[in-house]
Design a protein around this ligand. Sequence first.
Ligand code: FRU
Length: 519
Amino acid sequence: MNTRNVLTTIFLLLILVSCKEKKKEQTVITETTMSDYYTEPYRPQFHFSPEEKWMNDPNGMVYHKGIYHLFYQYYPEDIVWGPMHWGHATSKDLVHWEHKPIALYPDEHGLIFSGSAVVDFANTSGFGTAENPPLVAIFTYHLMDGETTGRKDFQTQGIAYSLDNGDTWTKFEGNPVIGNDGMKDFRDPKVFWDNKNQQWVMSLVAGDHLQIWGSGDLREWSKLSEFGKDKGAHGGVWECPDLFPLKIEGSEEQKWVLLISINPGAPNGGSGTQYFIGDFDGEKFTTEQTENKWLDWGTDNYAGVIYNNEPNNDKIFIGWMSNWEYARDTPTSTWRSAMTVPRKLTLHKIGDDFNLFNYPVKNLESIIDKKNKKEIALVGGTSEVIPFDGLNQAEVKFHTSAENFQLKLSNNLDEAVLLTMFGAEQQFFLDRTNSGKVDFQEDFAGVQIMPVAQLPEGEYEVRLLIDNSSIEIFINEGQYVMTTQLFPNEEYSDITVVNLGDSEISLKDFQISEIERIW
Ligand code: FRU
């Protein structure tokens, strides 16, 4: 229970004690309900998950008046995908979340698929006033009837606005604002204000490529350009684009980053997020990149985009922690799936190559209860077991320059997830074959591989964030990242560090810390 819950409970008890005898029964109910809240098996304790039912992509991520809004693809009737709404939650610190009523419901134009939200400061849309600028949501309408009757034009783009900081929304009567002339997959608008060219810019995916659209008022749009038919990975359909500028760390030079989710076709199967580094001239996105690049090599980080209007102009990313291969089958009960922790994106130039790093936001430190550090030194071929109660809600962190080592997170049932750095091959492996429940879907078990060819010489950080049903691995502060779901039948309680090489290795500042629950 976090401090807020403890205080609330004490407060409730004080009120109830002073009430009449007949109210006593209610006290018990209140206490039980609060302590049971978010404690179902596999319920994430420091990640965002919906109170109940199905969730997929993050949507409409925008900061306004001190509040980070998180909307999300939501089906309020079941724990499998169904007619999409936009669920809504808010946060002041990107760590603790408050659930809000559903923001957008399907209507005669269709279900409400993924999209974004902007603060229309200059009231270009005319939906608000200069004093009270509207929040405008831009999303895809998906007309189910159109799809089932075999038409191809069933996805269009619509808008809605809010004048009360996201609490209530009004759909624009002129919807859809972008129609469809026969493009089966035509969705997921991400919009930002392009100050240099004084226009709204929308990135939108159309099957196997990106389209860029422009507008002066968010109501009327014209197509500016296309990108990507012959670039990047094409193992599946392109989804959830995001285009934004980012300074290269340690320089004043700026490049443009394009995120594209792809499903299937990710390096370890199913859904994944690729990125391109290039330039945008107000009309076209271009890149010299030839190699496919991935934001996260794990199987469970999809459809992620960044916050609009972030107060520090940081690029804060949140992804959906699942994979369409098995998203509908994971062994949870009242709700299904969670988001990644919010991560800051930074751009690094290594040699002539651009790399996009992603690393947990600093605020997360506020719930990590740092424990003593120690040094683990292991001669060739030996191992050390480090027991830790509550490992399913913990951070593990250390620095090393070791070439070959393994971390094994295991429980008393001999279930384990194996993380192996195999420097000789410049590869990192995550093996969840025997990690717990794996047979709910045939592709879930198995080994995931991440190439780590550009690790720095010398020491680098390894950081793991472990929650009840996930692990996020950040190597060298977000250069190499893997996010994966795990469903052990019992909490993992030991970490075994194994020296796989012949010479001595050391893991410096080794630290396991508890992470407070946020619910
Ligand atoms: C990505 C996605 C989007 C779509 C939404 C539907 O996971 O397929 O392309 O808008 O989910 O829920």
